[in-house]
Design a protein around this ligand. Structure first.
Ligand SMILES: [Zn+2]
Length: 246
């Protein structure tokens, strides 16, 4: 319904209702659709963490309806990356709209961090959007403990250490993967999480390792010690040890 109203240009923002037109979120701009969903200081902070690509794209069009229409071109319809971005855009806009509703009708303020957290939690819970996307290290470090465990053994000072883990939601094929890259002091340098559906635990563990290697190649990282908790996967990897990964 939210998306339908947005596409039909009938979202009941203050400017259209001709009541107090000041934005309830920032108390500064006039509450137009464009302001509420893209230009507001609260909103842009959320986009900057959740999906800067979408904000950049929407800003380029300058009009939300034209932006929505651009989703229908052939290039967008058949690109999984673009579909992923569109899903994330819709969910983000819906949470921004919901947050505005809470402030306006229930007087409850939500900070950009809280809204961002809700978006990530929603995506994670429903297996949406986070697949193939990046959760910035700064966001994770603010919300999730990334201190190494007491039994974590640091690498030598000229190497980095990558820990990865897999968790499957009970009674589903839905799995979450996470990667944390640290230096010898235990400082978190990068953290990534993504989700997907798998056949079983074994496939999840092997896919996680594959993704780790692809990620290391993508980042161009050398001298990285990879540590996982699945014995058979780690043993299989060690059979083909390279000089820059162990
Ligand atoms: Zn505002």
């Amino acid at each position: 319904m939210f998306l339908w109203k947005l596409a039909k240009n009938i979202l009941p923002v203050a400017e259209r209702l001709q009541k107090n037109t000041t934005c309830v979120q920032c108390s500064q701009g006039i509450e137009t659709v464009q302001h509420l969903l893209f230009q507001c200081s609260v909103t842009s902070e959320v986009w900057s963490v959740v999906s800067p690509e979408n904000l950049q794209d929407a800003t380029k069009y300058g009009d939300v309806n034209q932006w929505l229409q651009s989703w229908m071109d052939k290039r967008s319809l058949f690109s999984s990356k673009r579909q992923h971005l569109r899903n994330l855009a819709v969910i983000t806009m819906w949470f921004l709209w919901k947050s505005r509703w809470l402030k306006l009708f229930e007087g409850k303020s939500q900070s950009p961090t809280i809204i961002t957290q809700q978006i990530f939690q929603f995506c994670y819970a429903y297996g949406l959007c986070i697949h193939n996307s990046y959760i910035p290290c700064s966001y994770i470090s603010n919300h999730i403990s990334i201190k190494p465990r007491n039994d974590w053994i640091p690498p030598s000072s000229d190497w980095l250490k990558l820990n990865f883990d897999v968790s499957i939601l009970p009674d589903t094929n839905f799995v979450g993967f996470s990667i944390v890259l640290r230096n010898h002091l235990g400082d978190c340098l990068e953290a990534v999480a993504w989700t997907r559906n798998v056949r079983d635990v074994d496939q999840a563990e092997v896919l996680a390792m594959l993704r780790v290697l692809q990620w290391l190649k993508f980042k161009g990282l050398c001298k990285v010690q990879v540590e996982g908790d699945n014995k058979s996967v780690m043993e299989a990897m060690n059979k083909n040890q390279s000089e820059s990964i162990r």
